[in-house]
Design a protein around this ligand. Structure first.
Ligand code: FAD
Length: 465
């Protein structure tokens, strides 16, 4: 029985040794959910036990069911038929399986039928799923959109949407990019206007939208006439109806199982999320940072799969009378792959830990406003560390995955260039990870403040000390 959690000693080592007690305490707030939900943990040990059990289920589904379908999903791809997206058969089947296993609300609060798991566990899950199929992460276990709704939307918006995302009945997308607004989202031009009754409507085109066929979208749009730049942008919750048309699907190098859509909004009714004018500076930035951790996990999973295939092949392929693994240049490539994968995993979990601590502290401040001062110093620390580490892990892990997939083909020689082996697919799938959710160059822009302000050097000193 294949289990992508239980066959990975490095992940198991991390799970045993992670410093997550404080994260659990903050997340579970005195374990009060245990009174209401039979599956909520009663203490720290119980929470850790339930993390491992659920991850093991994901490991089994990924190893036994998803991985064997990955090549077929890649081959079949997605289609646009009469204006509607059709997934590959394997994708459809696996979405149903994940939904039936109650995994689609992995990080949502229990009151919205979620599991209330922290980001650090989502990072583990993201890797495991992506090891099976890089494209599947983009909808199965795509929690960032729901998490953003949970953090910033009104109670009414949350109640309408989150339980349906958690049950897998609805799909979702983040709708930011436009033909003239890619890395530079300040240039977004899709219009939002308000009628006399106060109803908001969207008009314009968005492109490159992953899962843009989903029923729920978070849309960045220009709400303030005459105001250029970020200050003119707000954030909207869109529920799909006949006022949005999927104009085309992109034909891509990789992640063929994941639809990338061009969308035309024709007076589509939407509701405002949070405050006007903070669409980019607050809500989109939070959403993208959260998604960047997911992509770092996706890249790691693709790399892990490429490494394992290369390692296996190097042991079986005989040239000059011995397995090619025994030739120093091949052995060195394998060693570098393994070391860089393990470094990326450590970096990812450390980043997710900072993010969880920061988010937990913000929640504590909201729950206990009279204790705000108590959390202030730590909140500042973990906010700074999250802002520094998130772009670093996105850049490091995704560039790492590209290098590992490249070397995995090299180790296979000519065979690696052929479609029969998974490494050719991993090479194509890895290529998007350092482009979407902000290119590596933009991650450098995002990280530079934390480097020049001294946050980077002080955390390095702490690690050394
Ligand atoms: C398969 C796929 C799925 C996607 N899914 C989504 C989605 O779900 N939702 C969504 O909103 N968008 C999505 N995108 C869009 C994606 O986020 C953008 O493509 C990406 O952010 C880069 O923007 P761009 O393509 O316009 O490149 P550009 O911004 O035009 O960049 C071109 C080059 O210039 C460099 N560059 C640009 N600005 C700077 C700078 N300031 N400093 C240094 N270098 C710079 C870039 O690094 C890049 O090398 C997706 C894209 C793809 C290909």
């Amino acid at each position: 029985m294949e289990n992508f959690l239980l066959d990975n000693e490095d992940i198991l080592f991390h799970l045993e040794n992670m410093d997550i007690d404080r994260i659990i305490t903050q997340k579970e707030d005195n374990f009060k959910d245990a009174k209401e939900y039979s599956y909520a943990p009663v203490d720290i040990a119980d929470a850790k036990d339930s993390y491992k059990k659920v991850l093991s289920i994901i490991g089994e589904i990924s190893g036994e069911n998803l991985a064997p379908l990955a090549a077929e999903i890649d081959e079949e791809g997605v289609k646009l038929v009469d204006g509607e997206v059709q997934y590959a058969k394997g994708t459809r089947k696996m979405l149903d399986m994940f939904a039936k296993a109650d995994l689609m609300g992995f990080s949502f609060p229990r009151k919205y039928n979620g599991l209330n798991f922290p980001s650090i566990m989502l990072s583990v899950a993201a890797e495991i799923v992506s090891r099976a199929d890089g494209s599947f992460l983009n909808f199965g276990l795509n929690q960032d959109i729901g998490e953003t709704i949970n953090k910033f939307a009104s109670d009414k918006q949350k109640q309408e949407v989150l339980p349906l995302l958690a049950s897998g009945e609805l799909g979702c997308s983040m709708i930011l990019t436009e033909p003239d607004a890619g890395s530079d989202l300040q240039a977004v031009n899709l219009r939002a206007h308000q009628s006399a009754s106060g109803q908001w409507f969207l008009n314009g085109v968005k492109r490159f939208i992953t899962n843009g066929n989903g029923e729920i979208g978070l849309v960045l749009a220009r709400s303030e006439d005459g105001q250029t730049g970020a200050r003119g942008l707000s954030f909207f919750l869109y529920r799909r109806d006949e006022h949005m048309v999927i104009r085309r699907l992109e034909h891509k190098l990789g992640i063929h199982g994941s639809p990338t859509c061009e969308l035309q909004f024709n007076n589509a009714p939407v509701t405002l999320v949070g405050e006007r004018k903070r669409g980019l500076s607050k809500y989109t930035m939070w959403l993208m940072n959260s998604a960047r951790l997911g992509i770092a996990g996706q890249a790691l999973g693709i790399a892990e799969s490429a490494y394992r295939e290369a390692d296996k092949y190097a042991g079986e392929r005989i040239q000059f009378g011995k397995p090619v693994r025994e030739f120093p240049p091949v052995f060195e490539m394998l060693t570098e792959m393994k070391v860089s994968i393990e470094a990326s995993r450590t970096l990812l979990y450390e980043t997710a830990r900072f993010v969880d601590l920061k988010e937990g502290l913000e929640e504590m401040q909201e729950r206990y406003p009279d204790r705000k001062a108590e959390f202030k110093t730590d909140l500042k620390r973990y906010s700074r560390l999250s802002s520094l580490f998130t772009p670093i892990v996105k850049a490091f892990n995704t560039e790492m995955a590209n290098k590992v997939a490249y070397d995995a083909i090299q180790i296979h020689g000519g065979t690696g260039y052929m479609q029969e082996f998974g490494v050719e697919r991993h090479y194509r799938d890895a290529r998007i990870t350092n482009i979407y959710e902000g290119t590596t160059q933009l991650q450098v822009v995002a990280a530079i403040g934390g480097v020049t302000s001294g946050t980077a050097i002080s955390i390095m000193d702490e690690y050394e000390g």
